[in-house]
Design a protein around this ligand. Structure first.
Ligand SMILES: *Cc1c(COP(=O)(O)O)cnc(C)c1O
Length: 378
């Protein structure tokens, strides 16, 4: 039996007729840029998560960039980001001339630690050379960040919260979906994300109508009301109509897929609990399970043993951002963010997708338990 880390083929087989019809409709009307599917998708995404407005764009990195551009984040501004994340979170701040301030994460949730955020804020305020402007919590591996605690810290210091929900879309906290948990939310439709298209795609969500209008202008070269009236410096960052059509077909089954991912995670928990460190669960919080990530000792040995048993695994992420060559000038160096540094050496993500059956889950778990024994003996 071969086990897929992510199984897009099983999903495609399930929705093939709907996908084909959606794609055929675009080929027939020919509006490849800003066709009717784009507007339909934006309305359905906003409704899905209970946000007032959704503006799609070319990818998740641009979604973050557009949110920072509309907020006029730039030189002299501090943007607080977790160090244990994907590159894009820190990259966008630097692209706009702002300064990323790397914070540590919680060892159990893997998400931005509000206590570390407060400590870093105090450092920045004391140093006095940067203006605290923005906090960008990340829903790492699909688990919504602690938006209520982070929101309180942000408000106290006059900052805005931009949720990097590239992995978290589909999750929820309390009775609110990701997309409605922060004043601004950016997400990604990269194929391997919980809701992915067949190429690049992204979106930003908010309740603020005038902010949504600004984002629409930014994604189309900063256009104003009239044609060729340019009111700001923008980007070329539209979502292709074909990708919107594909996402519409996938959105029909998305809630069902998130539920299936949760069942897979529960099954992993049942088999692995007592053997190794499984992801912590939080009452009232639903993860989108972009990844199911365990912590192991001797990870190289574990991963090689798994590979020999035909079980794929991945390391997200092997190095925290404050130690990356391109970013380390903005960080405190080795030892400055101990949790992020430790997790980078321990995390291992297992196969995760909605179509993983009980037999595959059992195979992965048995192989993993054997591999951790082999690693302990090595
Ligand atoms: C994937 C990802 C992004 C970037 O999304 P793209 O669509 O690939 O540009 C940003 N942040 C996080 C946390 C991600 O996982």
């Amino acid at each position: 039996m071969s086990i897929a880390f992510v199984d897009l083929a099983a999903q495609q087989a399930r929705i093939k007729p709907e996908l084909d019809a959606r794609i055929a409709a675009v080929l027939s009307h020919g509006k490849y840029i800003m066709g009717p599917e784009v507007t339909e998708l934006e309305q359905r995404l906003a409704a899905f998560c209970g946000a007032g407005h959704c503006v799609t764009c070319a990818n998740g990195t641009d979604a973050l960039t557009m949110a920072l551009m509309a907020a006029e984040v730039g030189p002299g501004d501090a943007v607080f980001v977790p160090s244990f994340t994907f590159t894009a979170t820190a990259e966008v701040a630097l692209l706009l001339g702002a300064t990323p301030v790397f914070c540590d994460v919680d060892p159990d949730s893997f998400n931005l630690d509000p206590a570390s955020l407060e400590a870093k804020l105090e450092e920045v305020t004391t140093a006095g050379d940067l203006r605290p402007r923005m906090v960008m919590p990340v829903d790492l591996f699909g688990l919504p960040a602690d938006y209520s605690a982070i929101g309180r810290v942000a408000e106290k210091h006059g900052m805005t919260v931009l949720a990097d929900a590239a992995q978290g879309f589909g999750g929820a906290s309390g009775n609110r979906q990701v997309g409605a948990l922060a004043p601004m939310t950016a997400t990604s439709f990269f194929p391997a994300k919980p809701l992915g298209c067949y190429g690049d795609g992204g979106a930003v969500l908010t309740d603020d109508a005038s902010l949504a209008e600004q984002w629409k202008s930014i994604r189309a070269h900063g256009k104003g009301g009239a044609k060729y009236d340019i009111v700001r410096v923008g980007l070329n960052s539209r979502l292709d109509t074909l990708q919107a059509a594909i996402l519409l077909a996938k959105l029909d089954i998305f809630a069902d897929e998130v539920a299936a991912r949760n069942r897979v995670a529960d099954a992993y928990d049942r088999r692995l609990t007592g053997h190794l460190a499984t992801p912590k669960r939080y009452d009232g919080t639903v993860s989108a399970w972009a990844q199911y990530t365990v912590k192991v000792a001797n990870r190289d040995v574990v991963q090689k043993t798994l590979q020999a048993a035909g079980v794929p695994s991945a390391v997200y992420y092997p190095m925290p951002m404050h130690l990356q060559t391109a970013y380390r000038a903005h960080g405190g160096g080795e030892g400055s963010l101990p949790v992020s540094e430790r997790l980078a050496g321990e995390v291992l993500s297992l196969p995760m997708h909605p179509y993983l059956d009980d037999r595959a889950i059992a195979t992965v778990c048995d192989a993993l338990i054997d591999a951790t024994r082999a690693a302990a003996a090595a």
